[in-house]
Design a protein around this ligand. Structure first.
Ligand SMILES: [Zn+2]
Length: 100
């Protein structure tokens, strides 16, 4: 890597830092989305998702409050085929299993 490239990179970093300060230090400010990876559906490859809630029921036997709980878990499902990527599910789910 030559000296001029290093200088250009340093200048760019400085500009990005200034932009971040101008935008109130928002964590996404100045983020280059061209460097980000598109997430696609593991099942059909679609890039479009919508917000989905999974509901978990916690039995009163294991609930910390001693009462039955229903816990909504927000995740994303494919807009085309409703598949939920495994990466999006923090807890075990069989939401992708075909309904019988
Ligand atoms: Zn899909």
């Amino acid at each position: 890597m030559n000296y001029q490239k290093l200088m250009e990179q340093a200048m760019q970093q400085q500009q990005q830092q200034q932009q971040q300060q101008n935008m109130g230090g928002h964590p996404l400010a100045g983020l280059d989305l061209n460097a980000a990876t598109d997430i696609t559906c593991d099942n059909c490859g679609s890039m479009k998702f919508h917000i989905t809630f999974l509901l978990k029921r916690v039995s009163s036997l294991v609930s910390p409050t001693g009462e039955e709980l229903t816990i909504p878990i927000q995740t994303f499902s494919c807009q085309s085929c409703d598949w939920i990527n495994r990466d999006f599910v923090e807890v075990g789910t069989n939401a992708n299993e075909p309904s019988k």
